[in-house]
Design a protein around this ligand. Structure first.
Ligand SMILES: C[S@@+](CC[C@H](N)C(=O)[O-])C[C@H]1O[C@@H](n2cnc3c(N)ncnc32)[C@H](O)[C@@H]1O
Length: 272
């Protein structure tokens, strides 16, 4: 079977499970052949070796497994991170949280921060690359997530800047951070997620409790009780009112909410 034929066949299989079947068919074939997507267009008549292995990849995607888990790579900011089923696939909107935090770090000349819920390492790795003087203690409750984060930290040579710690929130943190950043699980327990998310991504990375914002509340309380000045968090699109009223009941200097690319409320910054 040629490259063109393999792509046509893959598209017919992926039509019901993917919003961009042609694009994802190309991603899977590029991964199978270990070539750039452009190669597929220039070599349409070339035969595909081990076609059954490519078909097995297509079958996984047809069963709604995210292509990032199949190819074991996810794009975030300007890098590709190793991912596996033990970690959340980093989302584009989390880049906005990184941008917010980066501007505070730069303006306030911050040198010591904590990330709660490091997952694949996406947030900490981008921040460490942007600020070579920055030290980050990055926690996660999940051993699987920490194992993947560790691989990514090593891949980018950031072991000196990022200390990974298995911990519930900041329980095991002994440093004195000037800022805490977190994209915690914030989805309500009974929220109906898409099959590719619900069946494949780790539930410890998704669900924040019955209401969803329980961990966010704990993070705010923990950060305030430690006397940390800055907190930046991602949250659910429908959590602004409840988070605002939670923050209003505390003595804080300043808070601000931000929206994502689709103009949904997506996170907040607090100065205590
Ligand atoms: C939404 S994911 C975010 C992953 C990554 N920071 C990102 O933005 O792609 C949330 C992460 O928090 C971790 N987590 C959940 N509960 C936690 C807790 N109580 N303490 C520390 N980490 C926790 C999960 O294992 C998961 O890796």
């Amino acid at each position: 079977m040629t490259i063109a034929q393999a792509l046509t066949l893959a598209v017919t299989h992926l039509r019901d499970s993917c919003s961009q079947p042609r694009f994802e068919a190309e991603l899977l074939l590029s991964y199978h052949l270990n070539k750039e997507r452009l190669y597929l267009h220039i070599h349409e008549d070339e035969l595909v070796e081990n076609i059954e292995k490519f078909q097995a990849l297509v079958d996984r995607r047809k069963a709604h497994e995210p292509y990032e888990y199949i190819t074991q790579r996810a794009s975030f900011y300007d890098i590709a991170l190793i991912v596996s089923s033990g970690v959340l696939i980093p989302r584009p909107e989390t880049e906005l949280l990184v941008d917010r935090v980066a501007s505070i770090i730069k303006r306030e000349k911050i040198e010591e921060i904590v990330e709660i819920g490091v997952g694949s390492g996406a947030i900490s790795i981008i921040l460490a690359r942007k600020f070579p003087h920055l030290h980050i203690t990055a926690t996660d409750i999940s051993e699987d997530a920490l194992a993947i984060a560790s691989q990514n930290v090593q891949e980018f040579g950031l072991q000196e800047q990022i200390t990974l710690l298995q911990s519930n929130l900041m329980d095991k943190v002994t440093t004195k951070p000037q800022l805490v950043v977190s994209n915690p699980p914030y989805i309500a327990r009974d929220f109906k997620l898409e099959k590719n998310v619900n069946d494949y991504e780790p539930h410890t990375a998704l669900f924040g409790g019955e209401v969803g914002d329980e961990l966010l509340h704990k993070i705010i309380d923990d950060v305030q009780s430690r006397g940390v000045k800055w907190l930046a968090c991602e949250m659910g699109y429908d959590q602004k009112a409840s988070m605002q009223s939670y923050l209003n009941a505390l003595s804080i200097d300043f808070s601000e909410f931000y929206q994502d690319f689709s103009s949904f409320d997506r996170g907040f910054i607090v100065k205590f």
